[in-house]
Design a protein. Structure first.
Length: 508
């Protein structure tokens, strides 16, 4: 570094600097010795500060969720698949389906959707923002085919047809088109299937027991039916029927627990729920459990507090299962109630001491379907006859709100997210879908549709960054729920009724 003494010595040599140059050099030397920080360049080694960028933490990625809605424009018109942004209630895209779709099922991962149509076709598509009609795969079944309800597994699609004593088994080829591979013989009047695609077996629900006393449509008047139904267990690995089990009168729907240990069959005619131990493929015959008949594996649904037991028939038609709390909630159409049932197991997979405890809560008129919010706090119940949705707390079993909706609801689904979730309610007699915000329990939107509602599913029920709920999907997402033969039909012409060769609609 230069110093003032050196400059003065250098200036006395033979070469003399002008006075101006000396003053400049003197100032530079003084500045370097006094204010290095002001003149870094040229004053020895340059200071190079280390800059460490501050890493920002973005919000956790949230799963995309779609509301997949099928609509019908009439008995002879093509239906529509509608894909909505589940968080923004925005129609992203729509595509044409077969004639008058009856039911919708999503695969267990919600990666594909399948519809059954009254023209004897099955459509498959991937719910996405880029869906177009050209992306809809169409499979024509052997005619005259009348596909009603569907259950999707990884390898096969199972279909029930009214008055056809068999369950059709279809496989998906490389082009995405389904092909009929076999038909599994069952008694007449197969109505639906129950179970999860990840289970070892699923169950075909038939309303007759092999005596040909119950035809498809008889359970529209369940009080007039006295013949109990059956279920046939279908082994997924071999696609064979391994066992037949008795159930109650007019079974209309079934649902499996997410751990695949139990399957619950809803018997509208007898007002009961048949419990199947699907681990051992037999009726749950545990003794000393509340409301459970060990001889038949049947849960008796108790009436609400203060209601006489004699003559009470709940009439369950739909259910949802909440795995974290081991709760089964049934919609009881004929008693205007829901029943919340404890279905907890012990560490060995046996019924816990609390299994079968049940609370029945009065709701609106004609509860036809319901959905449990994925945080487990509430259940939303669609009351078909009085066009309302009842909100019930799953903590204290109290009614929190009653929300009017457009039309007579036939299908509903939910998403849970932050800061609020949303409930989607489809009507069978009005071209509108009501959207309810769960933070206010009010209808936030009434979305006009191109046709009346058939079915709605959400591709992901949880879209929150909460590890307890992220990625949780409905266990019944791969089971369809078509109206007819005991399942509530609505007030429009949405009740499915079949004859051996033709399919038609009738009001109720």
């Amino acid at each position: 570094m230069l110093s003032v003494a050196w400059l003065q010595s250098w200036s006395r040599r033979s070469v003399r600097l002008p006075e101006f140059s000396f003053r400049v050099l003197h100032r530079i030397a003084t500045g370097c010795s006094v204010g290095v920080a002001l003149l870094l360049a040229g004053c020895g080694e340059t200071y190079r500060p280390v800059v460490t960028p501050v890493a920002t933490t973005p919000p956790a990625p949230q799963p995309q969720s779609y509301a997949v809605v099928t609509t019908s424009a009439g008995a002879t018109a093509a239906g529509l698949a509608n894909v909505f942004d589940a968080s923004g209630d925005t129609l992203l895209t729509q595509a044409s389906l077969g004639v008058n779709p009856l039911a919708l099922t999503l695969s267990s991962s919600a990666g594909s959707a399948t519809t059954a149509n009254t023209d004897g076709t099955v459509n498959t598509f991937t719910p996405s923002t880029t869906l177009q009609t050209k992306n809809i795969q169409s499979s024509t079944l052997l005619q005259p085919a009348q596909p009603v309800n569907l259950l999707s597994t990884a390898a096969n699609l199972f279909i029930t047809e009214p008055n056809v004593p068999a369950v059709a088994v279809l496989s998906n080829n490389s082009s995405g088109v389904f092909q009929l591979t076999q038909q599994l013989p069952v008694p007449a009047s197969p109505i639906n299937l129950a179970g999860n695609s990840s289970a070892a077996r699923v169950y075909s629900i038939t309303q007759d027991n092999g005596t040909n006393q119950v035809a498809f449509g008889d359970c529209e008047t369940p009080a007039a039916v006295t013949t109990p139904g059956q279920v046939q267990s279908i082994e997924i690995s071999t696609v064979t029927i391994s066992r037949t089990l008795p159930v109650g009168i007019c079974p209309v729907y079934g649902i499996g627990s997410t751990d695949n240990n139990r399957v619950f069959i809803l018997n509208r005619g007898s007002g009961t729920v048949t419990v199947i131990n699907s681990q051992y493929n037999q009726l749950d015959a545990t003794a000393n459990r509340q409301n459970l008949d060990p001889a038949t594996g049947t849960l008796l649904l108790p009436p609400p507090a203060g209601t006489p037991v004699a003559g009470f028939n709940a009439g369950p038609v739909f259910a949802d299962y909440y795995a974290p709390a081991s709760q089964l909630v049934t919609a009881n159409y004929d008693s205007n109630t829901i029943t919340i049932i404890n279905t907890s197991l012990d560490q060995f997979g046996n019924d816990s001491a609390l299994f079968g405890q049940a609370v029945t809560v009065p709701v609106g008129n004609g509860p036809a379907t319901l959905t449990i919010l994925r945080d487990g706090s509430r259940v939303y119940v669609a009351n078909q006859k009085d066009s309302t949705v009842t909100v019930v707390s799953l903590t204290n079993y109290q009614v929190l709100a009653t929300i009017p909706v457009t039309g007579h609801p036939i299908s509903m689904a939910s998403t849970f997210s932050t800061p609020f979730g949303q409930i989607y309610v489809l009507s069978s007699d009005q071209p509108y879908m009501s959207v309810i915000r769960t933070d206010t329990n009010q209808v936030s939107a009434s979305i006009q549709l191109d046709g009346t509602g058939v079915d709605v599913h959400t591709s992901a029920q949880s879209v929150a960054a909460n590890s307890a709920t992220t990625g949780t999907v409905a266990n019944a997402i791969n089971v369809s729920h078509a109206s007819g033969s005991g399942a509530p039909c609505g007030f429009g012409a949405r009740c499915y009724q079949a004859t051996p060769l033709t399919a038609s609609k009738h009001g109720k």
